[in-house]
Design a protein around this ligand. Structure first.
Ligand SMILES: [Zn+2]
Length: 143
């Protein structure tokens, strides 16, 4: 009695013939490195301390200061709105305001590029920027 069934699968898979592409790997590594560098740069810039404070009312820039100078400035907002801007020790914040919600006072101190404080009722925006140009600028002294 012979039970000669083809139970053995004779399918030989021949692998090979395709050369490993090191070039592609290098390209991918390059891309990863580039992306990593960009991300690092973004994070770095995001944490970069600003050096200027720009005040805008109703979308229009009205005045800008250097973060290096300690001062107080009463921002004349929309419809008689007032926001007292304080710049001290490289940080800026709104100390007082006559707006309804007072959210701008609660925003806290800002000192990094891209950060901003907004008073919606008064349409006041205080934003931190960075001027790469380091000129002396006008001396603003407020007593
Ligand atoms: Zn406010």
């Amino acid at each position: 009695m012979k039970t000669d069934k083809n139970t053995i699968d004779k399918t030989e898979k021949k692998s090979g013939g395709k050369p490993v592409s090191y070039k592609k790997d290098l390209i991918f590594i390059g891309i990863f490195l580039a992306v990593g560098l960009i991300l690092a740069a973004v994070v770095f810039l995001g944490k970069k301390a600003g050096n200027s404070v720009t005040v805008s009312v109703s979308g229009k820039e009205v005045i800008s200061f250097s973060l290096d100078e300690d001062l107080e400035y009463m921002i004349e907002g929309k419809d008689g709105g007032k926001n007292l801007l304080i710049i001290k020790d490289g940080k800026a914040w709104i100390e007082e305001a006559n707006c309804r919600d007072g959210l701008c006072i609660n925003m806290g101190k800002i000192d990094s590029v891209g950060q901003s404080g907004i008073c919606l009722p008064n349409e006041v925006v205080v934003s931190i920027g960075s001027d790469e140009v380091t000129d002396e600028g006008p001396d603003v002294v407020v007593y």
